[in-house]
Design a protein around this ligand. Structure first.
Ligand SMILES: [Zn+2]
Length: 319
C-alpha cells in the first residue's frame, strides 16, 4: 500500500490500487486507475483537506493479457482474474518454477469483465475473502432474478429502488442485469465515470442517466456507492427501498449491519467452492493465502494441501 518506484497493481479497487511512480498493469486497469485517482484528487481539492505529500505523477507500464515479458531472470505474464474489468493475475516463471498471485478473483460468469483463467503453478498466492464453508453463493440466475424482482416490485409499489454497489465493477454488473430486464437506470457520478471507462474499453452497457438531484424523481432504479450510504437528497421524504449488493449478504447479520431493506449476494469474489476449485485446477505444490480467513489454511491442510496464511510482515519478506 506504500508508494513504490515500480509496482504491479492487480485492479482498481481502493484497497489494492495506490499511486506509485510506475504502475505495472493492464491497459483497461490503467484507464480505471487514472479515472479514480483523478476523482480522488478532485475530491481532496474540493474539501481543501491538507495534502500530506505531493502526489506522484503515475506512469503506467501496460501489458496485455497473456503477452509475456522478460524482467531479467524471470518471465512475467498478466492473465484475467474475472473480478472487475482489466483485473489481472500475475504469473512469474523462473528457474525455481511458476508462481501465481491471483489478486481478487472470481470464476463465476460476468457480463462486464473478462472471464477468469487458471494457470498451473508451483506456488499459488491466493485471496480467500470467502474462505469459510458457509460462503456458497446461490446460482447466478437466482441472484439476477432477485435484483430485477426487487427493482420492479419497488417501482410497482411507488417506491424508488436504491442499490448500494461498489462504483467499480459491482455497479456496472448491476447496470447490465437491470438493463437486460429493461429497468430504467440512474447512477451516482462515481459509477457514471467508471461506466464511461468500461464503454470506452468496448463493454456494452445499457442506457443510463447520471444522477441529478433536480431531475431524479424516484421512478428509475438508482445505483449508489455504499460509501455514501445516506440516501441522495432527491429521495428525502420519498418512499424508498434499499438493497445492498454484496457477497456478505450470506451473513445472517447482514441486514442489521447494512441497515438496508434487502441484501442480495451479488459478488465479484470466488465463494468457498470456487476457491477449492481454483486450487484443484492450478495444482500448486504450495498455497499461500492472504485477504481472508486464517482458518482457511487449516481447512486446506486437513484436505492434504500444503497451505499457509501470510501475515503482513511475511508478505514483505516473500517479495
Ligand atoms: Zn477488489
Amino acid at each position: 500500500m506504500r508508494p513504490r518506484s515500480r509496482c504491479y497493481v492487480s485492479h482498481g479497487h481502493s484497497d489494492h490500487a495506490r499511486e506509485h511512480d510506475r504502475i505495472v498493469t493492464t491497459p483497461a486497469n490503467a484507464r480505471i486507475c487514472t479515472s479514480r485517482f483523478e476523482r480522488s484528487i478532485a475530491r481532496t481539492k474540493q474539501t481543501s483537506l491538507p495534502i500530506e505529500r505531493p502526489r506522484p505523477e503515475c506512469a503506467f507500464e501496460e501489458h496485455a493479457f497473456n503477452v509475456p515479458w522478460s524482467d531479467g531472470r524471470h518471465t512475467l505474464t498478466l492473465f484475467p482474474a474475472g473480478h472487475v474489468l482489466g483485473s489481472a493475475q500475475l504469473l512469474i516463471e523462473g528457474e525455481k518454477g511458476r508462481f501465481v498471485y491471483t489478486g481478487d478473483f472470481k470464476l463465476a460468469r460476468s457480463y462486464t469483465c473478462e472471464p477468469a483463467e487458471v494457470q498451473r503453478c508451483d506456488v499459488l498466492l491466493m485471496e480467500c475473502t470467502y474462505g469459510r464453508p458457509h460462503y456458497l453463493f446461490p446460482p447466478r440466475d437466482e441472484v439476477e432474478n432477485a435484483i430485477v424482482d426487487f427493482a420492479t416490485q419497488a417501482l410497482a409499489d411507488g417506491c424508488a429502488p436504491v442499490f448500494f454497489a461498489y462504483s467499480l465493477g459491482k455497479a456496472q454488473e448491476a447496470m447490465a442485469i437491470l438493463g437486460k430486464a429493461n429497468v430504467p437506470i440512474t447512477v451516482h457520478g462515481a459509477v457514471h465515470a467508471i461506466a464511461r471507462v468500461y464503454e470506452d474499453a468496448g463493454v456494452r452497457l445499457p442506457a443510463w442517466e447520471r444522477y441529478d438531484a433536480l431531475t431524479y424523481d424516484g421512478t428509475r432504479a438508482l445505483i449508489w456507492p455504499p460509501s455514501g450510504k445516506h440516501l441522495p437528497k432527491a429521495l428525502k421524504g420519498k418512499p424508498t427501498r434499499t438493497a445492498m449488493l454484496s457477497g456478505w449478504a450470506l451473513d445472517k447479520s447482514a441486514p442489521y449491519r447494512y441497515g438496508t431493506d434487502a441484501c442480495i449476494p451479488l459478488s465479484d469474489h470466488a465463494d468457498y467452492a470456487a476457491l477449492l476449485r481454483y486450487i484443484e485446477l492450478a495444482r500448486p505444490k504450495k498455497v499461500l493465502l492472504n485477504h481472508g480467513w486464517n482458518d482457511f489454511a487449516w481447512r486446506l491442510r486437513r484436505m492434504g494441501v500444503d497451505a499457509t496464511y501470510l501475515q503482513a510482515n511475511e508478505q514483505l519478506s516473500l517479495f
